[in-house]
Design a protein around this ligand. Structure first.
Ligand code: BDR
Ligand code: CA
Length: 310
């Protein structure tokens, strides 16, 4: 069996973060989930951390959960609206029977990187505050972390402004640090996360599958469907789990390498990712960018993962 990828996740749970975490706990053949950091974003840190801990405990996953940043590096937190007040829509989970792990997210990443030097990967699916903080506090990290894959940005369009995506718009200063860190980066942005629209048959199949992961994902998807139908809110896009798929099933994607500039200011450009398509900057690429996805292949992977009937 090929060796598994040691993985630290960083999340702002969050409905689609919950789907991503549930999926990650089913990827044990490919990844070894070392620990999870929580960051503020979709909702406040008290909620993202609590949602994450309750969720992993409910799923029977013993990965430690560390509490990270309560606010972006240089700005007040502006939370999202589409995940409801709790962050998990109307999905209720029993309170975890354990507490948060000691130490912050920098410590989690630092210890994991020491133990898995050269092989540790990070999956960040919230604002990049915790990751930027770790890279700043531990400048050796870019040379020992194998890759950071993050959900964020877009080569084209946005979902917060015309040009910027939520995670990077929330903490652009942190995103700038990550883009300029020298770490190997994979950017999984709206270019690919908006493509797989949840098909009705996938919704029905997950609903009919068994196990705690399918149970919680079915409830999250149900909330997402109603959020769209009842409140006219976002389509049920599963952004974060698509970034997980870029790690465990990269063959589903087309990637291109670019130097990507992260814009921190501007009325609509705050958090915008600008790729140097014409090599104007003469700077080497700093990110592998997912530019296309096999959407049918993605849904097949997703359905199989949860043990649902095809
Ligand atoms: C990203 O923003 C959050 O609301 C989602 O969880 C996802 O990480 C999509 O723009
Ligand atoms: Ca998220």
């Amino acid at each position: 069996m090929p060796s598994r990828i040691p993985l630290v996740m960083d999340v702002d749970t969050g409905t689609d973060d919950a789907v991503c975490i549930a999926a990650a706990t089913l990827c044990g053949e490919t990844i070894e989930l070392i620990g999870i950091g929580a960051v503020c974003g979709n909702v406040e840190i008290e909620k993202t951390a609590r949602n994450t801990l309750d969720l992993v405990d409910f799923l029977g996953c013993d990965a430690p959960v560390h509490v990270g940043a309560a606010k972006p590096l240089a700005r007040p937190l502006a939370t999202a609206v589409s995940h409801g007040t709790s962050g998990l829509g109307d999905v209720m989970l029993p309170a975890a029977r354990r507490g948060f792990a000691e130490g912050g997210v920098t410590e989690l990443i630092h210890k994991a990187a020491r133990r898995h030097a050269g092989t540790l990967e990070i999956l960040a699916v919230g604002p990049l505050t915790n990751i930027a903080t770790a890279l700043t506090e531990r400048p050796e990290l870019p040379s020992v972390i194998k890759r950071i894959t993050f959900m964020g940005g877009a080569l084209r369009g946005g979902n917060m402004t015309l040009a910027s995506e939520f995670n990077l718009h929330c903490d652009p200063e942190a995103a700038r640090i990550v883009f300029e860190s020298g770490c190997a980066l994979t950017m999984v942005g709206l270019d690919v996360t908006l493509k797989p629209e949840l098909p009705r048959h996938v919704f029905d199949r997950i609903g009919a599958a068994s196990g705690p992961q399918a149970d919680v994902v079915a409830r999250v998807l149900d909330f997402m469907m109603r959020r769209k139908d009842e409140f006219g809110a976002d389509d049920p896009n599963l952004h974060d789990v698509i970034a997980l798929a870029a790690i465990v099933k990269p063959s589903l994607f087309t990637f291109e390498s670019y130097y990507v500039h992260l814009e921190t200011g501007g009325e609509i450009t705050r958090g915008m990712t600008i790729a140097d398509f014409n090599n104007v900057s003469k700077r080497p690429p700093n990110a592998l960018v997912a530019v296309d996805i096999d959407a049918d292949g993605f849904w097949n992977w997703f359905v199989d993962l949860f043990g649902a009937e095809r």
